[in-house]
Structures are given as C-alpha cells and as structure tokens.
Design a protein around this ligand. Structure first.
Ligand SMILES: Nc1ncnc2c1ncn2[C@@H]1O[C@H](COP(=O)(O)OP(=O)(O)OP(=O)(O)O)[C@@H](O)[C@H]1O
Length: 552
C-alpha cells in the first residue's frame, strides 16, 4: 500500500484528476440502483409508460457516461504509472554494466535476472487497470453514505461487512510478510542452481555433477513449491472469506430489510436498491483484497530491486583525463585481499615502471598475479595503497579514458556476443577494417578470419567459448592491440598457444617494447622473463622485485 501511495504522491495533478474521474464514475454508477428503486416504486406502482421511458433513457445516458469516464480514468492511471518501473528496470540493467566487477562477483548468481523479473511483475501489479480499479476504494464510503440516507440500519450492516473485509486484508498482509520473503529467497536459490546447470556444460556430465545438482534441485525446488503453495492457500482462504462476507452481507440486508418492509419502514424498491448499493460499496474493497497478495509481492520485489541498486557500488562515470599519458606506472604501498578472503594476497607492494619499461610478474598459482593486473586496469580497487599513472591515482581518472590507455589481455578472455569487428570496434570506436586486419595479422589470425565466409563479421557466441582456446587467446591479443594504449598489460600471453603463435607473441612483445610501450606481463615463460627489465615475484610472505640488465 505504501508503494501505491508513493506512486500517487509523485504525480499529484494526475492523482487529483484520477479521483475526480472516479467520483464521476461512482456517482453515475449510482444511477442503475436508483433506476431499480424508481421503476419498482413509480412504474410498477402506477403503470405510467412515460415514466418508464424517461427513467430508462436517463439510466442509459448515465451508464454510457460512466463508461466514458471509466475509459478516461484508465488513461489517467496510465499517466501515473507510466515510466517508473521501466526506469528502474533500465537502471538495473545499467547497473549490471557499470557496477564494480568485484561487487557483482560477491553477489549470488542470477540475482539481477530475478530482480528484473520482479520489477516486471511489479509493473503489472501496479499497472493502470489495477490502479484505476483501486481508485474506487475511497468511494465505498460514498455508497455507504447514500445507503444511510435510504436506510440507516442497512447502512450499518453494510459498514460492518466492509470494515470486516478491510480487517481481513490487513491481517492477511501481516500473515504473508514472512512467507513472501522466504519465497523470494527460495526463488533466488532456484535461479542460482539453474544458472549453475546452464553453465556447467561438460563438467556436469563428465565429472558426474548431475546427481549432486539434482539432489540440490529437489531440495530448493521443494522449498520454493512449498512456499508458493502456502501463499496460494492463504490467497484462496482470503478469497473464500471475502466471498462468505459478501454472501452474509446480502443475507443480512435482505433479512433486516424484509423486517423493515413488513413494519412499513421501507418499501420493496428501496430494499432491492439498497442491496445493490451495498454490493457496490463492498465491491472495491473486495477487489483490493483480491489484488492485495500481488501488490504485496510487488512491493517486496521493488524493495529488493532498490536495495540492490543502493548496495552495489558503481564505477565513477567521470574523472580526470590527462592531456597525454606517457606510460609511467607506479604501484605504491599496494595491498589487496580478494572479496571474502581475510588475508591479503600482497601488501606494501612498491614497484615503479618507467615509460617504455618491461615488468614481468611471476609467482605460484593463486598468488595474486591476475588480481594485480585487475588493480592496474582499475577493474578492482586496492584495499590499501595506490596505482599511479604518470603520478596520478587511477581512481581519480575517468575509467573509460584509463581503459583506452591500456591494451589488456585477460587470462580468461571473454567476448561480447557480436561479430569480431564489433568486438574490436568496441575497444576503439572508429577503428577501421584495415587496422583490425593488421592487428589480427600480427597474432597470426588473418587466415582464420579470411577463411570464414563472414570474415570480420563472423559472429562470436557463448562469449567466444565457441572458438578453440588458442584462437580465443590470440583474438583477445588482437583486441588488446586494437586499443593501441601506451600501457600493455598481458596475462600469460604465451599460455595455451602453438609454437608459431608463441613465436608471434615474442616478436610482438619485442615490437611493443621498441615502440616504447610500457609492458606489464604475467608469465612463467623463461623467454619472456629473460626479456624483462624487472621481474616481480608475488609471494604472500613478501614480494621480490629483481632488476635485470637485459633489454627487451
Ligand atoms: N573475484 C574474486 N572473488 C573472490 N576471490 C578471488 C577473486 N579473484 C581472485 N580471487 C582469489 O584470489 C586468489 C588469487 O587469484 P589470482 O587469479 O589473482 O591468482 P594468480 O596468481 O593469477 O593464479 P594463476 O597462476 O593460477 O593464474 C585466488 O585464491 C582466487 O581464488
């Protein structure tokens, strides 16, 4: 209900118009009840045809006018609801694209998709038809007042049943708070498992993960089904209670009304009209009761989506842009522990790489080499210390500008679902096909591209995993070259490549060094380590930096 009121308060002018339209709809809606009373009392009593004709023309006009105002009211409701949820959904998607990657890593898999679906559900629950219907709720009082003018005792009965229905909504909402939260958590567990099953591929089959995942599935889906069942049972119980209240109210009004008729305090026409008016007073409240579970669920969905939006840190959209980056890189007192790990991978790390210098990084598996490269590219933030580019902390730089200075080859290259050309143009907008081909030739992929009928427009699917690993790594190297940044950051560039490709990587490194690029390369390859002017060995007990006299 809070969400509904918040939405209305955001559009005060449209809300006033919506309630004015509702006032007219409800006032005109009274016409059919009054028509019944008048026909029974005046026409049936005296049999004057002209009276019946006049009353019928009047009610037809009123019913048509009511229809017009209902349509108008729907448009006003659409004005109020339009855009809010769409903005939230777009904002969530934007957040996925701009959030700090390490912050997303720490969240459950599939969470964003669940939240998006929740926003879609909320869009339907708080949609214009429901809002228009709910705008009738305050007019229950209007019908009860009209009923009081006809017969105070009957109005009292209708008021009691209307109040009882409102109370049932209130209690119902309190009872479903906990199951709705639990159902959302169970839905998240199901989504995480579905994601794991979808991305598990060969591993699930070959390493017999199916039975483990199936066991988990049985558990989480049973819990989700149980909670859904509990919520459905509560909703059915509430519907049934409301139907019973409606039936009891009708019976009560007819019984008490009949006594009043026999006592001569009410005529039959008024009794039938009163019954219709009482039903009309109760109807919007019953509609609210029917919508209440989905509105409550939608409120929970929106709360979760907004909490996600608030919790997730995003990369700054702006920052300083240097007139030119000369390639000097400094790691100053750097310390970093990956998300969820208490011990830092390294601390107090000091390294300076002068423009055109070559730093090789080595160390045991899991020592933090790739993590260090992510700190340099700005994909992760250090816990302590700074990464400085030409003396400026990279956190002060515009992330997009900084990335345009860094030719980065990640260890696990991933591509966008799009063509090779689209992937290469994404890193350097305006890159021509000739330059793309030159980069591909340098990594020995020219023939690979030419042999395919779509050439540069060959589509990459599954994030590039449809390519052989060696091809994927070479293509990722070509993409890094396309950036043409003063700083080259390569994670195991010769890993998983055939002999020709390894030779191509060596030549490329030599060429980049001759061009004066600053190179930071993670490698275990002795040839690459020999060619570096500085070698940094990462070790939790203390990193060692050795300088060599060998020029690349
Ligand atoms: N996003 C992350 N969330 C949680 N832990 C992470 C994350 N990234 C890395 N780690 C952890 O940090 C540690 C170092 O990982 P990293 O990939 O940097 O090591 P590495 O030295 O490059 O290893 P390798 O030689 O195997 O490539 C590992 O224990 C890894 O599990």
């Amino acid at each position: 209900m809070k969400e509904l009121l918040a939405r209305l308060s955001r559009h005060p002018a449209a809300t006033v118009r919506l309630f004015l339209a509702s006032l007219l709809v409800n006032a005109l809606g009274l016409a059919s009840s009054l028509y019944v009373i008048q026909v029974l009392n005046r026409y049936v009593g005296h049999g004057v045809g002209a009276t019946l004709f006049t009353l019928t023309v009047g009610v037809v006009i009123a019913v048509l006018a009511e229809h017009v105002f209902r349509t108008l009211r729907l448009e006003l409701a659409a004005e109020i609801v339009g855009g809010d949820d769409e903005k939230l959904a777009t904002g969530l998607f934007g957040l996925m694209l701009t959030a700090r990657p390490t912050a997303l890593d720490a969240r459950p898999r599939g969470e964003a998709e669940i939240l998006m679906r929740g926003v879609e559900r909320a869009e339907a629950a708080f949609g214009a038809p429901n809002l228009a219907a709910l705008a009738d709720v305050p007019f229950s009082v209007f019908f009860l007042l009209v009923l009081a003018l006809l017969s105070p005792p009957l109005a009292l009965i209708a008021s009691i049943f209307t109040a009882a229905t409102v109370a049932s909504i209130w209690f119902g909402q309190r009872r479903t708070v906990a199951p709705i939260k639990a159902a959302q958590a169970a839905g998240q567990a199901v989504a995480t498992l579905v994601e794991a099953a979808g991305s598990g591929g060969d591993a699930i089959r070959q390493f017999r993960g199916a039975s483990l995942l199936m066991r988990r599935w049985v558990q989480v889906s049973a819990r989700a089904r149980e909670l859904r069942g509990q919520l459905a049972a509560q909703a059915n119980g509430a519907t049934s209670l409301n139907q019973a209240l409606q039936g009891l109210m009708g019976a009560g009004i007819i019984a008490v009304g009949a006594i009043l008729v026999v006592d001569g305090k009410l005529d039959v026409g008024a009794l039938i009209g009163a019954n219709l008016i009482a039903a009309r007073a109760l109807a919007p409240v019953v509609r609210l009761a029917q919508l209440s579970p989905s509105l409550q669920q939608a409120e929970g969905d929106l709360r979760a989506a907004r909490a996600f939006a608030v919790d997730i840190p995003v990369e700054p959209g702006r920052g300083a842009v240097l007139a030119a980056y000369h390639g000097r890189l400094e790691l100053r007192r750097l310390a970093y522990a990956p998300p969820g790990q208490p011990m830092p991978l390294f601390s107090a790390l000091d390294v300076v790489v002068e423009p055109g210098g070559v730093l090789a990084i080595t160390g045991r598996n899991g020592s933090g080499k790739s993590s260090l490269l992510r700190l340099i590219t700005g994909l992760a933030d250090p816990d302590e210390g700074q990464v400085l580019a030409d003396g400026v902390d990279i956190r002060q730089l515009d992330p997009a500008w900084w990335r345009a200075q860094v030719s980065y080859l990640p260890q696990e290259p991933i591509f966008l679902d799009g063509s090779i050309a689209e992937n290469m143009a994404a890193v350097r907008p305006g890159l021509g096909e000739a330059e793309m081909r030159a980069c591909l030739d340098k990594v020995g992929l020219g023939r690979f591209v030419d042999e395919h009928p779509d050439g540069l427009h060959r589509r990459l699917t599954l994030g590039g995993r449809s390519l052989a690993l060696g091809q994927r790594r070479r293509l990722a190297l070509a993409r890094a070259l396309a950036v043409n940044g003063p700083l080259v950051v390569l994670d195991e560039p010769s890993e998983g490549l055939d002999r020709d490709a390894v030779e191509a990587v060596y030549s490329l490194l030599i060429e980049l060094a001759r061009l004066g690029r600053t190179i930071v390369v993670v490698s275990h390859d002795p040839n690459i380590l020999r060619g570096a002017r500085q070698v940094l060995e990462i070790d939790p007990s203390g990193c060692r930096l050795t300088a060599s006299e060998v020029a690349a």
